[in-house]
Design a protein around this ligand. Structure first.
Ligand code: M6R
Length: 611
């Protein structure tokens, strides 16, 4: 949901800002802009549309100066026009602001500011901030103090960068409920919404907390609270390799990330298992055997793909740890009086660690007395810092807007957790745990097999890419796989796709089936394989077209359809981790055939930091 970046140093700020925005474009790509403070004035360049237009504009009309801010937008308030593009300015153009978040009381602020003589040029909530700071500067002409006072009047979420024409030697930043980091360089400093934007320049990071302001010059960054008191901050070191945030020869980040999945699984498992002793090491969660034994229920709370991972987690936890699990959409959880108390464990799952709905649900669960643990990818993210224990999935930066590698890493983390709970609650024997750990370690090779056969499904993608609707069917632990597969297709190909538990088909969706409706049936070996075959036959009987996902060696399925994608056999509880991979590839290939921008699909943003 919008990416912001700021630079102060000795280099040409616009160049650094533009390259950083390229790394942040996954957060929004409706418009982009840069503002530079130099020679006693603020100069801006802004464009509707993707960053490439801003890059062209900057080539034709370059900006000099070594202090600046930039923004790539995912529109919330106001259409994605140049007028609404950030950075925004105050009445005189003395100061400029970039913002990620939503100023919830902006209408009231705007009315008051207009009544006080301020002139607005955009429909955005952000512009109110620029005028509010301008108004507060009338008191003492001190931009830092004016910013603090202004922020005390603001409700909502913000990560902001501010520059002022009369103070080109400082860059101001602040955050509340939207991510913002400071990058500490040598004679230069940065602000950014996310780490990849500044990785080429520094790996020393300060995480800003809510209601903190940073006053940044070339040589230092001072952090204060809104009352002006200095706060000591720790500088963290980021281990990510900048190359991980590049495409590495693949045409798209999404494809690269799909192909990274075997290695990602190895990373997620890392040193967390010992096959011989059947031990699982998840000390970072701080869960005791006693806590595991007295658990009355688990709630898994997440959004989108992470929610589907949570649905798979329910099957894993209920099977291995015999504890009741509810899975909730984060946007619903806190509005429905959840039955959460001190004996309930809440697990929040998030790739970005910044999803506003998930963060709000986490806070709600904590306020109800629950212990909250997080399954998170981005280190130091808001969710990772607020949970009682964070289980990092180590998927590395995921840039493609459609989540792929983070999903399989989440499933691995959930399986490790289920196994550990099963052991702690005395429900999984040592030989059984040893067997599952062994199978878990075979998954990367299984997925390598699927990836090596990726080209085999090109003809299926070619055959079905013009269809306007798809139905995905799965059963049991692969019902969420069907949901995740259909989400991938919708997100990047814009084809309408629905997923159903296959047993539900006869209760309604079967009415949709005709000769134009492809049905993706997840029919790998499982306890419900025969029932799935019956569902396949029900589709065929109504002239529907079936694309079957089947286990290598299954010839029976060929009696019903020739559109078969084979995957290596594994234990049913692990099968979602393999089965999702061909569905990701199918969605990718169909989207490419249709000419979609798979890494930046329309209307989406990677990190949804508004509720
Ligand atoms: O960063 P998170 O895992 O919290 O994000 C949750 C969803 O916004 C995300 O999974 C979204 O649904 C993706 N576009 C799915 O591909």
């Amino acid at each position: 949901m919008c990416g912001i970046i700021g630079y102060i140093g000795e280099q040409t700020a616009a160049d650094i800002i533009l390259s950083g925005l390229q790394k942040l474009e996954y957060r929004g790509y409706d418009s982009a802009g840069v503002a530079i403070a130099s020679d006693g004035k603020i100069e801006r360049r802004r464009c509707e549309g993707k960053l490439v237009k801003l890059a062209n504009l900057l080539r034709d009309q370059p900006l000099c100066g070594t202090t600046g801010i930039g923004h790539t937008r995912w529109a919330t308030h106001g259409r994605p026009t140049e007028f609404n593009a950030h950075p925004h300015i105050d009445c005189t153009g003395a100061l400029s602001v970039v913002h990620n978040g939503i100023i919830e009381n902006y209408l009231k602020l705007k009315q008051d500011l207009i009544a006080g003589g301020h002139e607005f040029r955009s429909q955005t909530d952000t512009e109110a901030l620029a005028h509010l700071i301008e108004e507060e500067m009338k008191i003492d002409n001190d931009v830092e103090k004016a910013l603090s006072r202004a922020l005390k009047k603001v409700d909502g979420a913000y990560a902001i960068g501010v520059i002022h024409k009369d103070s080109p030697d400082i860059l101001l930043a602040a955050r509340k409920s939207s991510p913002l980091i400071l990058g500490i360089g040598d004679g230069e400093n940065f602000i950014a919404s996310d780490v990849p934007a500044i990785l080429p320049y520094t790996r020393s990071i300060i995480y800003l907390e809510d209601e903190e302001i940073a006053i940044i010059s070339r040589d230092k960054a001072v952090v204060k609270n809104l009352d002006g008191e200095t706060i000591e901050k720790k500088i963290e070191h980021i281990e990510w390799n900048p190359v991980l945030a590049e495409k590495g020869g693949f045409p798209h980040f999404m494809l690269k990330e799909i192909f990274e999945q075997p290695q990602v699984i190895r990373n997620t498992i890392g040193g967390r298992t010992d096959e011989e002793s059947a031990k699982i090491y998840l000390e970072e969660l701080g869960l005791s055997v006693e806590e595991a034994q007295k658990l009355s229920a688990i709630y898994i709370v997440a959004c989108g793909t992470a929610y589907y991972a949570g649905m798979v987690g329910k099957y894993m936890l209920e099977k291995l740890a015999r504890v009741h699990v509810d899975v909730d959409l984060a946007s619903e959880f806190r509005y429905r009086a959840p039955m959460v108390d001190a004996n309930t464990l809440v697990i929040v799952i998030s790739q970005s660690g910044e999803t506003a709905d998930t963060l709000a649900a986490l806070r709600e669960a904590k306020s109800l007395g629950a212990k909250v643990i997080g399954i998170v990818n981005v280190k130091g993210s808001s969710i990772a810092r607020e949970v009682d224990g964070a289980l990092y999935i180590h998927a590395g930066p995921e840039i493609g807007v459609a989540s792929t590698k983070a999903y399989v890493a989440m499933l691995i983390a959930l399986l490790l957790l289920s196994l550990q709970f099963g052991r702690m609650r005395g429900l999984v024997s040592v030989p059984e745990a040893r067997r599952l750990i062994h199978l878990l370690k075979e998954l990367p090779r299984n997925i390598e097999t699927v990836l090596s056969e990726a080209a085999d499904m090109n003809w299926i993608a070619d055959r079905f890419c013009e269809c306007s609707d798809f139905l995905y069917l799965g059963r049991g632990i692969n019902f969420p796989t069907a949901m995740e597969g259909s989400l991938k297709l919708k997100e990047i190909s814009y084809i309408h796709a629905e997923a159903y538990a296959a047993g539900e088909m006869k209760h309604g969706p079967i009415a949709l089936i005709d000769r134009r409706m492809p049905v993706v049936a997840i029919a790998t070996k499982s306890d419900t394989y025969d029932k799935m075959l019956s569902n396949v036959q029900e589709v065929i009987a109504r002239e529907g077209m079936v694309i079957a996902l089947a286990t290598t060696g299954d010839e029976q399925i060929k009696e019903y359809t020739q559109n078969v994608i084979y995957v290596p056999e594994t234990e049913e509880i692990l099968s979602p981790i393999i089965n999702v991979v061909p569905l990701q590839l199918l969605a990718y290939k169909i989207a490419i055939n249709r000419g979609s921008d798979v890494d930046q699909p329309r209307n989406l943003a990677k990190s949804v930091t508004v509720e």
